[in-house]
Write a protein that binds this ligand. Structure first.
Ligand code: PEP
Length: 249
């Protein structure tokens, strides 16, 4: 089944405000009229400024996290209400840097996923195994557990606004990429598991991105795999000249 390629950039904790605005302007200009689906995950403090730039363009604006609860006494948190108020359409959730550096649990990720979906946002849900888990032959088991736990309570209708990003943790920011064959095998497994959790229609339609040191040189082979529908890109998304060539494949 042909699915639209969905190419997303995760800027993480990078750029100044001026750099964020300039990068967004370059992307709007260079992706104008291009037909894949595009998203940028921008640091909270620059979302408002970047929202003014991407408004009316074909680029979806995403936050890199959101609170699990509604507005209230939650110091330091940023709510889905606040994100929607400034034009954010999507939230990246479950990123391995939040799972492993901050200690986010699958229970908390699930609360955030449900909160974002109930509030009408799109979700880019990141899953993936650690190197030790892959070496122990547990990659599929880890992905299955994360999918079941993080998507608990998410309806079939809401799944239309969910994208899965498979990101083997050992490939993120390391320059190591899963081989296209290895990546395809786990993407196929993930699609099959979504069919078990929901049904074949949801599985056929869901976009599954690959993430982990994707760049213009390795993207064509990865994106040529039948179950790899796009990419979530960190390092190479920080410059238009390294991101755009992947976007237009
Ligand atoms: C990511 O942060 O989601 C990612 C895949 O990073 P990188 O492309 O730098 O490996």
């Amino acid at each position: 089944m042909a699915r639209t390629h969905y190419i997303a950039g995760n800027w993480k904790m990078n750029t100044s405000k001026a750099e964020a605005v300039a990068l967004a302007k370059d992307l709007v200009e260079q992706l104008k009229g291009k037909t894949n689906k595009y998203m940028i995950g921008v640091p909270f403090v620059y979302l408002d400024a970047v929202a003014q730039v991407v408004k009316g363009s074909n680029i979806i604006l995403a936050a890199q996290d959101c609170a699990a609860t509604a507005n209230g006494a939650h110091t330091g948190e940023v709510s889905t209400e606040m994100l929607k108020d400034i034009g954010v359409q999507c939230v990246i959730l479950g990123h391995s840097e939040r799972r492993h550096e901050i200690g986010e649990s699958d229970e908390l990720i699930n609360k955030k996923v449900r909160r974002a979906l109930n509030e009408g946002l799109e979700v880019d849900l990141c899953i993936g195994e650690l190197l030790a888990e892959r070496e122990a032959g547990e990659a599929e088991q880890v992905c299955a557990f994360q999918l079941s736990a993080d998507l608990a309570g998410v309806t079939e209708e809401q799944m239309k606004r969910v994208t899965i990003a498979y990101e083997p943790v050992w490939a993120i920011g390391t320059g190591k990429t899963a081989t296209p064959e290895d990546a395809e095998a786990i993407h196929k497994f993930i699609r099959g598991y979504i069919a078990k959790l929901y049904n074949q229609k949801v599985a056929d339609e869901i976009i599954i991105q690959y993430g982990g040191s994707m760049k213009a040189s390795n993207a064509p082979e990865l994106l040529a795999q039948p179950d790899i529908d796009g990419g979530l890109i960190g390092g190479a998304s920080l410059k238009a000249e390294t991101f755009v060539p992947i976007c237009v494949l």
